[in-house]
Design a protein around this ligand. Structure first.
Ligand SMILES: O=C[C@H](O)[C@H](O)[C@H](O)COP(=O)(O)O
Length: 224
């Protein structure tokens, strides 16, 4: 199976996980990226079984609307039962690095409002230690240079993702060579830098369930 087939496989598996838990008033949290896109396309089949969705990016909102799935503002929905999204890396504790598609802030926010975070990923995303994938950090435009200097002091090699603007109008700095042996401590430390909007470590809010696509089938891994 190629990577896209693995992504589709986990998208369908996620659909099976939520299928029996959908009600006419259910609002589903939807992530961003190629794996989330497979899920959105699969979800269209159930669109009459739930109310609508909250999206973590304009791109996902557009894709949902193209399937005639209503998209709600997060401010109007309160707590939601599920958030389904991909990841750039995920470890055995279901902590993740996210933000390869620059949607990390809205993703973290929708995840924070969700009872259950279901991560869907192909097996290439599984790691024992987070950090090979460059850590994305969303910063206010005028803080780019200052935050970069502060990140160097923390031991990273920060690189501005030129030409990319987030849905919130901010910039992305990708950090290479970060030591991520304590993801929670680093997540909190980076958040203390003035001008940082959000960082792509999901340790404070790890996934609750990981559906991992492998050549042997979908592995279901619950958080410990
Ligand atoms: O900002 C983007 C997100 O964090 C994505 O969920 C992540 O980059 C994984 O994307 P994909 O499913 O395309 O590998």
């Amino acid at each position: 199976m190629n990577q896209n087939q693995l992504k589709q496989q986990v998208a369908l598996a996620a659909l099976e996980v939520i299928r029996d838990q959908l009600y006419k008033d259910t609002i589903i949290g939807i992530g961003t990226g190629s794996t989330a896109n497979f899920f959105i396309d699969a979800l269209a089949e159930l669109k009459f079984d739930f109310d609508g969705a909250v999206a973590s990016s304009e791109a996902s909102a557009e894709r949902l609307r193209a399937h005639d799935i209503p998209v709600y503002d997060l401010n109007s929905v309160g707590q939601i039962p599920f958030y389904i999204d991909g990841a750039d890396e995920v470890n055995a504790r279901l902590q993740m690095i996210k933000g390869g598609g620059a949607a990390l802030t809205r993703e973290k926010l929708v995840a924070a409002c969700s009872d259950q975070f279901i991560c869907i990923a192909d097996e290439s995303k599984r790691v024992s230690v987070l950090g090979d994938f460059p850590l994305p950090i969303e910063v206010l435009p005028m803080a780019r240079s200052y935050v970069g200097r502060e990140l160097v002091k923390l031991g990273a090699d920060p690189q501005w993702r030129e030409g990319v603007k987030t849905d919130n109008g901010n910039l992305i700095i990708d950090c290479y060579n970060f030591m991520l042996d304590d993801p929670l401590a680093l997540e909190q430390r980076i958040n203390q830098i003035t001008g940082v909007v959000c960082n792509g470590i999901f340790a404070q809010r790890p996934a609750d369930l990981l559906l991992l696509g492998t050549a042997q089938g979908v592995e279901t891994i619950h958080s410990r």
